[in-house]
Design a protein around this ligand. Structure first.
Ligand code: IVH
Length: 679
């Protein structure tokens, strides 16, 4: 191989590795800037030496995984959602929390923007050198669908950026929506063709964007409001308001009800004003979004879980309606929880046909005194499942008796009582995975997006395999291919030659799985996405994690954010013969990859830090968030594994313990010099 070819192959390999880590793990191995630099280098080489270009070069296949109807796009910057505020007080509290987090003085000025929250679906439009190159839906926030051909048909999405001064890479984010008039016209047309009607403008927008034929999308008059950005090669402004103005200059539609307020006091009156004009806007909105205006503050505030600390959605009150309760069905979830589901006489609430509502639990049914036949008031808020608020008229039926046996397996279903004698509100089947409903629900979860994410396997397929006894635990999924001489999937309805092969390929692709994803796929109570990430980052490898978690729970509990409940249930899971055996059978089929350490050049990546005493330049929350974003682990107590204790004035017992254990003690300034100076 020539040097040039070797260099090319090396670049490709490094980008692939970064893509895989980004894709399968929550922690990328490269910073966005490093990743972009690699890609730019690759593109430059390909421009210079076209002979070298591999057919599957990352420049051609960027993060796309051909599957289903659309290819997939890995978002370079996660597409997150927003936390909600429902009352004026929630808004005041949010602004106060942000001030506290930033450690602002009481009289420091803090500006916010407020704009309508559009009820559509979010999408990202990527521009390279001013040219539209890719469109993507949000998907699960990490990976979306490649809707490039569809998004480019929208007249609000410029094919080329207008004006000047845009960065080389600019990913504009916003909401695809449909105006009321266009929605009505579209449904009339559907009706005249005898096709199904869309329930509301949001469904219509989503359905229209995700058309296989972009010609259909083009005929649907979809619109796009730009309100945010993702991957950018350099900052576009200093403030949110300034950034939105830039987006408008570059040819995007931005919402003309966007305003900037000095202080949080004006936000709520803007909300009221938008709310009173809601019906005249011509498109659906479901609240008002507030954002901290200064972008350096947005960066410092960062994210907590799936939502930014620097923005919040102030929702409009939920819509309500009255209908009849037909029946109460009890379902069993994957953790054995009995969940009552109300079947309702279908009713239109705020544009959505509602036929089911949750009743939460046994106590709620008792509190409401609700029974089949009653007339009830139902509330629907956003995307959450509707709920029953009250009984409006007694239907004269018999009181509902909540089952004390599992409706699936007949085992006892009990409400646990904790140390303090408090009864759990949830009644659970006691039969664990020996209960068919739990075992099946767990499998459905196992193949779902947040877990193993196996394309082509969903509830319907799992149900079929499960009913036939072919897949009753996760390991069985990985032996389907070998058993196919007997199973003959391709001859079954709903499979066929092509989708069977696609399914086997999708399963094969999941034989290697990142540690965090593997952990959250185990379905252990209290070990969801957040805790799985913390554990993966702390232990790094499955071997280290399982050794520690099987033996004891103390070490796990020193991890900031991991409590007794999570540590205890993981420990129990690993020490219970049945779950352990099923786990070992799964491990015989899949390889768990180590969690990538964050390679950001930070000297604190992978180090364990404890903060104590009063910090003067940062609030404790900000210091913690910053350390974590650099790849450090933040622990709550000092132990032999602590690398640094950052001690401010007033440090007490932790400082003493650190000294006893000869842990390096840093002042706040020394810590800052360490993380900012890059060591
Ligand atoms: S900002 C980091 N601004 O609401 C989050 N979102 O409930 C950036 N949405 O996923 C989002 N209008 O799809 C933002 N003016 C607006 C919005 C808006 C609608 C959607 C968006 C987001 C969802 C969260």
């Amino acid at each position: 191989m020539t040097d040039r070819a070797a260099l090319y192959a090396d670049l490709v390999a490094r980008i692939r590795e970064a893509d895989a880590a980004y894709y399968n793990e929550d922690a990328p191995v490269l910073s966005d800037a490093e990743y972009d630099a690699l890609r730019m280098e690759l593109r430059a080489m390909e421009d210079l030496y076209p002979d070298l270009v591999a057919p599957d070069s990352p420049t051609r296949t960027v993060g796309t995984r051909p599957s289903g109807r659309f290819g997939k796009v890995a978002h370079r910057v996660q597409m997150l959602s927003l936390d909600n505020a429902f009352t004026d007080d929630d808004v005041t509290d949010w602004a106060a929390r942000a001030r506290r987090f930033l450690g602002l003085a009481d009289d420091a000025r803090m500006a916010f923007t407020a704009e309508p929250k559009i009820d559509g679906l979010s999408a990202a439009a990527r521009y390279e050198n001013g040219v539209f190159v890719q469109g993507a839906t949000r998907g699960d926030g990490m990976v979306g669908e490649d809707v490039t051909r569809n998004l480019r048909t929208l007249s609000d999405v410029p094919k080329r950026l207008a004006g000047s001064g845009w960065p080389d890479v600019l990913e504009v984010r916003g909401e695809v929506y449909i105006e009321h008039d266009a929605f009505l016209a579209m449904n009339e047309e559907q009706e005249s063709k005898g096709e199904k009607l869309y329930m509301n403008p949001r469904n219509a927008a989503a359905g229209s964007l995700r058309q296989i034929d972009p010609g259909v999308t083009a005929s649907r008059q979809l619109r796009f409001f730009a309100y945010a950005w993702g991957d950018v090669s350099r900052p576009i402004a200093d403030t949110q308001f300034g950034a939105i103005r830039k987006l408008a200059e570059w040819g995007f539609q931005t919402n003309d009800r966007t305003e900037r307020f000095e202080g949080a006091a004006g936000l709520v009156s803007h909300y009221r004003s938008i709310e009173s004009d809601r019906a005249e806007l011509g498109y659906d909105i479901d609240g008002v979004v507030y954002k901290v205006d200064r972008l350096d503050w947005q960066d410092r505030l960062g994210f907590a879980g799936r939502a930014p600390r620097w923005a919040i959605a102030h929702k409009f009150p939920a819509e309500k309606a009255v209908t009849q309760l037909l029946d109460i069905e009890i379902n069993v979830g994957r953790t054995g929880a009995l969940a009552p589901l109300a079947h309702l006489a279908p009713i239109n609430i705020g544009g959505v046909l509602v036929a089911k509502a949750t009743l939460h639990n046994e106590d709620e049914i008792e509190r409401l005194g609700v029974k089949p036949g009653d007339t009830v008031r139902v509330q629907r808020a956003g995307d959450v499942i509707p709920q029953i608020l009250e009984v409006v008229e007694d239907g004269g039926g018999d009181p509902f008796t909540y089952p004390t046996r599992c409706p699936s397996c007949g085992s006892d279903a009990v409400r646990a009582v904790d140390d303090k004698g408090k009864r759990d509100v949830v009644r659970r089947c006691t039969n664990s995975l020996a209960c068919p409903a739990q075992a099946k629900e767990y499998l459905v979860y196992f193949v779902s997006r947040p877990a193993f994410d196996i394309d082509g396997l969903g509830e319907r397929q799992i149900e079929q395999f499960f009913e036939r006894g072919e897949v009753t635990e996760p390991s069985h999924i990985f032996t389907l291919h070998d058993r196919n001489d007997d199973l003959e999937l391709e001859s079954r309805e709903g499979f066929g030659e092509k989708s069977t092969q696609a399914l086997f390929a999708a399963i094969e692709a999941r034989r290697r799985v990142g540690l965090a994803r593997f952990l959250r796929s185990l379905g252990v109570r209290h070990v969801g996405q957040g805790n799985a990430n913390l554990l993966a980052r702390h232990y790094g490898s499955w071997t280290a994690l399982q050794t520690s978690a099987t033996a004891e729970t103390e070490e796990m509990q020193t991890i900031d954010g991991i409590g007794e409940a999570a540590a205890g249930s993981l420990h129990d899971f690993l020490n219970t013969a049945e779950s352990r055996a099923a786990l070992d059978r799964l491990l015989a089929q899949v390889t768990v990859e180590d969690a990538p350490t964050v390679e950001n050049g930070s000297p604190v990546a992978g180090k364990t830090v404890v903060f104590t005493g009063k910090l003067e330049k940062f609030t404790r929350d900000e210091a913690k968030a910053r350390a974590q974003s650099l790849g450090a682990k933040v622990a709550g107590s000092v132990s032999g594994k602590t690398d640094y204790l950052v001690a401010g004035p007033g440090a007490g017992s932790k400082l003493k313990k650190a000294e006893d254990l000869e842990v390096e003690v840093l002042s706040e300034d020394e810590w800052l010099a360490l993380i900012d100076g890059g060591g």
